[in-house]
Design a protein around this ligand. Structure first.
Ligand SMILES: [Zn+2]
Length: 674
């Protein structure tokens, strides 16, 4: 490949609401899978994203809620960032367009184009609210639709009949700010003459990328180009956004579609203040934009035209856009609250992010719109994750514990069926890579499951639980091969199911492996000691379907997502237990000084690991034997090479260093906090 490094972006989500499954399946999940795969191959890659925080809808929301636009974006930026992190979306940076770096970057970008004489300057007449003393964005003007007579049509569209409108088309226009009739006033704006880039864009898309872009993306671009491109205003009369950096342009900001994609550049600058240019200005970088289909025109036509006009930057090499995900056969709608919100899923299914990642990936709307249903969610968990993947790994580990004290047995004599399977196993990494390289995520995931299926079949064919009675040598070989498959699965599933992969790696006690290692069949050497068997997935009750469907129809009636905030039931979901520290070790690989703890939580929970920043107040010796409190049912976290399974609770001392919470009187390990 001629590229040395990859710059992966996912569409900047708009900061006026939380994130739902449609967003996740549209671009954040496919981009994350792709990035994790590249990292596993050892490629140089960064994954950048951030909140899109400008534009009229933010100002409308701020007015409705009687807060400032900054307060609106602070709230949703925080929520989105948390949801993405909780689902393992592994951005190298999640920035925001209200940052100073972005304002400077976008402003400089505009200035370069302005100085080059790219923009056309035009004076147009627009509605002005004399009482509020400001020009009105299209959405701030309502009136009667000239087509259908609907009285509450917006300045850009009638929602009743769907006609797109200009504000001056409306009969009896009214300002949404004051309710008064607005007047037309002259105002000056700058336009990007897309028509002048028609030829260059045609060559770039229709000639250079006819073969490698997805058919849905290429088709949409072609129809835009066939229609003929028109100049587009890049500025607006608004007081929220990146100010137009020209004298006499007070009260004008960059139009949000112009400033938002520059956010990718700003985010890279924030991530790599010294090294960002090698990502944006070198032909050795492969720039990929993951987006939903509603953003195709901006990423394939408008942004490339801006980049061409500027001249310093590379163009996107590919824009693997997805179609839309529907929910229970209906279009996902934020305003009707027909959505599954990520922050609500986390409360209903704590620690089960990988199930949703799995279901969304296997239904990903890659080539056409696709559907998410709770019935399918349940079936995929119970019949695929539990019955195939989980069952195979669990049987393998449990049998190894039982027959060989948890040590990897030596493969003795290989049958021709064994040899055939070993060859098949070795072929999986390149098979899956072949799908991922073409952005076929569903197929790639199906291949991972096929490897687990092959393992399951091999177990069933060889029945080690029967063979152990008279042929231990055969059982050794069978379990060795099953363990190697499990090891390879942990590597190959990681892009799709990162939390489960971490769990499995920890069960196998296997050091970090790269993608290519998954074609080996000796990742677990003879005699290697495995950890405890833990179930990777659990069956879900069919009652979850009814519960989630009730929630959807209730939400539809009330029309608004529930705000985050904990209820008593949420609190009760946290399993906080008393444990006894049985071992404390140094943790030199941790970013901040910490210990690796082993904590005994009694019979029911057993021994769990925890990374804890206790070095400031305790020595290792002082920790041993102490009783502590910890949350034991959060998803395990990977801290460097170590898997932290429980969250040890503490209090801040006056230097904000951790002090342990200890029971006042003597208690038993395993007791649950109430
Ligand atoms: Zn109408």
């Amino acid at each position: 490949m001629k590229f040395k490094r990859h710059l992966i972006t996912a569409a900047l989500p708009y900061a006026n609401g939380p994130v739902h499954i449609g967003h996740l399946a549209g671009c954040y999940l496919p981009a994350d899978i792709y990035v994790r795969y590249l990292r596993s191959k050892g490629e140089e890659v960064i994954y950048v994203c951030g909140s899109d925080e400008h534009g009229v809808p933010i100002t409308i929301k701020a007015r409705q809620e009687n807060v400032s636009p900054q307060q609106v974006v602070d709230k949703y930026h925080g929520m989105m960032k948390e949801s993405f992190a909780a689902f393992g979306i592994s951005f190298d940076i999640y920035s925001r367009t209200s940052s100073t770096t972005h304002h400077r970057t976008a402003s400089d970008f505009f200035k370069v184009l302005y100085d080059k004489g790219i923009f056309a300057e035009k004076v147009t007449r627009q509605y002005f609210d004399e009482e509020q003393k400001q020009f009105l964005a299209d959405r701030y003007i309502t009136g009667t639709c000239p087509r259908c007579g609907y009285e509450n049509a917006y300045g850009d569209q009638c929602e009743k009949c769907g006609t797109s409108l200009n504000p001056t088309d409306l009969v009896n226009p009214k300002s949404a700010l004051s309710g008064k009739t607005p007047v037309l006033r002259e105002t000056r704006h700058w336009f990007l003459p897309l028509d002048q880039f028609q030829e260059k864009l045609s060559a770039y898309i229709l000639r250079d990328h006819k073969e490698d872009w997805k058919a849905n993306v290429y088709g949409q671009c072609k129809s835009w180009l066939d229609e003929g491109l028109q100049p587009r205003a890049v500025t607006r009369d608004l007081d929220w956004g990146v100010k137009v950096p020209l004298p006499g342009a007070d009260g004008k900001v960059l139009y949000v579609w112009f400033d938002a994609p520059i956010g990718y550049i700003s985010a890279t600058k924030e991530l790599l203040p010294e090294g960002w240019e090698k990502y944006w200005k070198s032909n050795e970088t492969r720039l990929l934009h993951f987006i939903g289909k509603d953003n195709i025109v901006f990423h394939c036509i408008v942004f490339p035209a801006m980049l061409m006009a500027h001249g310093d930057f590379i163009l996107p090499e590919n824009v693997p856009a997805n179609e839309f995900l529907n929910l229970e056969g209906e279009k996902i709608s934020t305003s009707r609250n027909w959505a599954v919100w990520l922050h609500e899923y986390l409360l209903d299914f704590p620690g089960k992010q990988d199930i949703l990642r799995y279901v969304l990936c296997s239904n990903m709307p890659e080539t056409k719109d696709n559907d998410f249903s709770w019935k399918d969610f349940l079936a995929k968990n119970n019949n695929e994750l539990v019955a195939i993947l989980g069952n195979f790994v669990n049987r393998t580990i449990v049998l190894t514990q039982k027959y060989f004290q948890g040590r990897v047995p030596h493969a003795e004599i290989l049958t021709s069926a064994d040899l055939h399977l070993l060859r098949e196993i070795s072929a999986y990494p390149s098979k899956i890579a072949g799908c991922l390289d073409r952005f076929r995520f569903r197929e790639a995931l199906a291949e991972v499951m096929n490897l687990a299926r092959a393992g399951n079949k091999y177990l069933a064919d060889n029945e080690p639980w029967k063979a152990i009675k008279n042929d231990e040598v055969r059982v050794k070989t069978v379990l060795n091969i099953c363990l190697q498959i499990s090891a390879n699965l942990s590597v190959l599933m990681e892009p799709f199911l990162p939390f489960t992969a971490t769990r499995l790696t920890s069960i196998l006690q296997m050091p970090a492996r790269r993608w290519a290692d998954a074609s080996r069949t000796d990742n677990l050497p003879d005699g290697h000691l495995l950890g405890e068997a833990v179930l990777l997935f659990e069956k879900l009750e069919s009652s979850i379907i009814e519960k989630q469907m009730d929630k959807l129809s209730a939400g539809k009636k009330s029309g608004g997502h529930t705000e985050p905030g904990a209820s008593i039931t949420d609190f009760q979901k946290l399993d906080i237990r008393v444990g006894k520290i049985i071992q404390a070790e140094d943790f030199p690989e941790a970013q901040k000084p910490a210990y690796k703890l082993r904590i005994d939580f009694g019979k029911e929970i057993g021994i769990r690991t925890s990374s804890a920043r206790l070095c400031a107040n305790y020595t290792k010796e002082q920790l041993k034997g102490r009783m502590i409190l910890a949350v034991v049912n959060l998803p395990p976290r990977k801290v460097g090479p170590f898997v932290s399974e429980v969250l040890t609770l503490g209090l801040p001392d006056k230097n904000n260093e951790c002090i342990l919470v200890e029971p006042e009187k003597s208690v038993e390990a395993g007791g649950r906090l109430f």
